[in-house]
Design a protein around this ligand. Sequence first.
Ligand code: FAD
Length: 269
Amino acid sequence: MCLNCKVAGFTESASGVTVRLADGPTVQGDVLIGADGIKSTVRAQIVGETPVTYTGYVAWRLTVPRENLPQDTMDLVGAVWCGPKNHAVLCWLCSGRVLNFVGCPERAEWEDESWTQRRPWEELKAEYAGWHPMIQSILDAADRNECYRWALNNRKPIYNWSTARATLLGDAAHPTLPFLAQGAVMAIEDAAVLARALEGSDTVAAALQLYQRNRVDRTARVVTESTEQGGLYHIVDVEEMKRAFAKKNVAKERAEWLYCYDPLNVTLN
Ligand SMILES: Cc1cc2nc3c(=O)[nH]c(=O)nc-3n(C[C@H](O)[C@H](O)[C@H](O)COP(=O)(O)OP(=O)(O)OC[C@H]3O[C@@H](n4cnc5c(N)ncnc54)[C@H](O)[C@@H]3O)c2cc1C
């Protein structure tokens, strides 16, 4: 076990894979699983350097303890509030003791190198000027020194992310906008399917192909539909937004293809 080590690259042969760590040493194994996120080093080596695309969305993230909020803030449910070129997602964490707020306004450019910044609370508040009093009370209760803003980047889906001895998992393989709240879910599903493929195959190469074959279409669909979801949530005209939601039964559609998938039991072929 080697914790807190940065992977710099790898080489593979018929019998195994050798990982090179940034500070010099190497590590040997049968298989390399690159679960190193959207800026993945392993991905760059398997599929080549492909630039990430800034999507035009940012994400504000903050949490507020329940005791700091008005009593009637929200039942123990999740909620999405939509407005012109902006939306906010609310959900409870820690058995309802903490409220999680993710706000995703559009922003034409991201000029800073860092993808994550602490930003002034006043800037966040201004993004939601005129929004519902519940949103105002949540923002008013936030710790003003703990308001973070993310640049939301993504990449187009790819259909081959494995070699004979190395593969990718999670955001390294298929980074996605968080608008279906599925990025971490996809990483966990990947892990379950990969474990089954390794257990049930004669060779590592066959296992990695089985894993990839059974994950590319589903994860590509999540990437594509997550991006489309942004368009629905950000419609500027109120009547147009009502019509768009009336036409689309979001809960039913997702139940039919997204939430019914069981990575531990789905047939792998
Ligand atoms: C605003 C926002 C809201 C979100 N909401 C949700 C949600 O509600 N539900 C959901 O399912 N998903 C959500 N997501 C997506 C989710 O956070 C990601 O999909 C998930 O974290 C991906 O997990 P991962 O393990 O693939 O990558 P990461 O979580 O990015 O982990 C990668 C790890 O690899 C390490 N690493 C990177 N490079 C190297 C290297 N060279 N060597 C060694 N280690 C390295 C990193 O330090 C990191 O620890 C959200 C994302 C954002 C930005």
